[in-house]
Design a protein around this ligand. Structure first.
Ligand SMILES: Cc1cc2nc3c(=O)[nH]c(=O)nc-3n(C[C@H](O)[C@H](O)[C@H](O)COP(=O)(O)OP(=O)(O)OC[C@H]3O[C@@H](n4cnc5c(N)ncnc54)[C@H](O)[C@@H]3O)c2cc1C
Ligand SMILES: NC(=O)c1ccc[n+]([C@@H]2O[C@H](COP(=O)([O-])OP(=O)(O)OC[C@H]3O[C@@H](n4cnc5c(N)ncnc54)[C@H](OP(=O)(O)O)[C@@H]3O)[C@@H](O)[C@H]2O)c1
Length: 393
């Protein structure tokens, strides 16, 4: 177990940040695993795909912008220089830093210049959602009338209208804590001993006419300077989302950033020459712009190390999701499951994971000829036996 935790985080730096709307270059099968040679992914990427970006000082993400993409997703490589240990399936917990303009606005509104307060507002305070104590401070105990306003307000909005002075002593108790954000590790430490790779979607949306961005994803994808900014983090080890015995077959269902841990799985299986079969159902928006790590997957497929089923939801008139591909391949999928394959699901918890389970339920009924109730018990059993493993969020 890593000794790094929330109170004593490890400080990392971003080594590389690439906006992923064009395929990242291939990692070929390392010689130790049988075929080909492991290439340095970073060198290959910068040399082959974007030669002009390699010489530029960071950040150089603009070089990768493809206006066709409907979202912004980044491949990040973080330094892992000390004794940090991680395994496929683990997550990294990032302790984000609030955007500079929000911190400055808060210091200004609070009329605080104390560096300790500034540091608190930067690293410890949630500047998105108001603490009940701040709500009480602004509106008193009867704040029901202001419920609608409070719902759409940030702590800074409330401080702005606060009639009573706020002292430096009470500041820590007026803010909710800024919590860590988890990201699935997209690399195997056996393949990249000094790096932690992440696949991060930049959260951005409009709220009350204003553009908003997610705190941690903005920190990682935009604000942190490559090679400079310290990123506090610790490893969140998994107890559930582990690779099975190397001889066991695995079925991986990954949609969006849920693809990340499966890259780590496949790197690890390559290096350990695992004999078990591998099948990935990959779900994304558009093949042209969002097929992350395309060359890696296609290389593995060409070498018969991976079976690949693709679902690009926005390439067709009708939505095509991972569960539709599962159903199309139900006969083969069922034979893998009957043969003892482990079933992994990673990505969106609210819609995708539920629909995938529902589809597996249908497949158990149609292919396994199970009654509805028995299909339900079958899946329940798969979970109990840890053959059905999820990492959904
Ligand atoms: C186990 C686990 C693994 C994960 N792995 C990954 C991963 O590999 N890659 C990855 O990118 N993410 C991953 N996540 C998600 C990640 O932890 C963060 O939740 C995500 O990056 C958002 O964090 P943020 O700080 O950028 O956004 P926040 O500042 O936390 O903002 C997100 C909040 O913004 C609000 N919001 C978002 N969209 C809208 C909207 N359209 N309208 C109104 N409000 C909205 C919601 O309140 C939402 O909760 C994982 C999560 C878990 C739990
Ligand atoms: N990753 C997540 O689990 C998650 C969850 C909630 C919100 N978000 C936010 O969405 C943005 C991008 O995230 P992302 O890149 O991870 O994923 P994403 O782009 O939101 O979704 C990935 C793929 O899943 C598809 N999908 C939608 N509903 C589905 C369903 N019921 N079953 C199966 N597949 C389904 C999407 O299709 P369509 O979009 O074309 O329908 C898309 O092709 C980020 O801002 C993120 O915060 C992500």
């Amino acid at each position: 177990m890593s000794s790094f935790d929330r109170n004593t985080p490890y400080f990392s730096r971003i080594l590389e940040r690439v906006r992923l709307n064009a395929p990242l270059a291939a990692i070929q099968v390392p010689s130790g695993a049988g075929q080909g040679k492991l290439l340095n992914e970073r060198k290959q990427l910068t040399a082959a795909s974007v030669p002009q970006a390699a010489e530029k000082s960071p950040p150089f993400r603009e070089e990768f912008v493809n206006p066709g993409s409907t979202k912004q997703t980044f491949h990040l490589s973080l330094s892992c220089e000390r004794t940090i240990v991680y395994h496929p399936g683990d997550c990294v917990a990032i302790l984000p830093v609030n955007p500079r303009e929000d911190v400055e606005a808060a210091c200004h509104l609070l009329r605080m210049k104390d560096p300790l307060i500034k540091s608190f507002l930067q690293k410890k305070a949630n500047l998105q959602k108001p603490h009940p104590a701040l709500i009480r401070k602004v509106f008193g105990e009867n704040h029901q009338n202001a419920a609608e306003f409070i719902k759409s307000s940030t702590p800074l909005d409330l401080i702005q209208i606060c009639q009573t002075p706020i002292s430096s002593e009470e500041i820590p108790s007026l803010f909710l804590p800024l919590l860590p954000r988890y990201y699935s590790i997209a690399s195997s430490q056996q393949m990249f001993p000094n790096e932690i790779h992440l696949l991060v979607a930049l959260v951005q949306y409009h709220h009350e006419g204003k553009e908003r961005k997610g705190i941690a994803s903005r920190f990682l994808c935009e604000d942190a300077i490559v090679g400079e900014t310290e990123i506090p983090l610790y490893i969140q080890h998994t107890h559930n989302f582990l690779l099975p015995d190397p001889d066991a077959s695995i079925i991986m269902i990954g949609s969006g950033t849920g693809l990340a841990p499966f890259r780590a799985f496949m790197q690890e299986r390559l290096l350990t020459r695992a004999k078990g079969r591998n099948w990935l159902f990959l779900g994304e928006r558009n093949r042209k712009t969002d097929f992350y790590y395309k060359d890696f997957w296609e290389d593995l497929q060409a070498k018969h190390f991976l079976r690949l089923s693709l679902a690009f939801s926005r390439d067709y008139a009708e939505k095509v999701y991972v569960q539709h591909r599962m159903y199309e391949e139900r006969s083969e999928l069922w034979s893998w499951i009957e043969g003892g394959a482990y079933f992994y699901v990673c990505g969106d918890a609210h819609r995708m994971a539920k629909d995938v389970e529902q589809t597996l339920h249908h497949i158990a009924m149609s292919e396994g000829r199970l009654s509805e109730e028995n299909a339900h018990h079958f899946i329940k059993n798969m979970r109990a036996l840890k053959c059905y493993r999820t990492d959904v969020y």
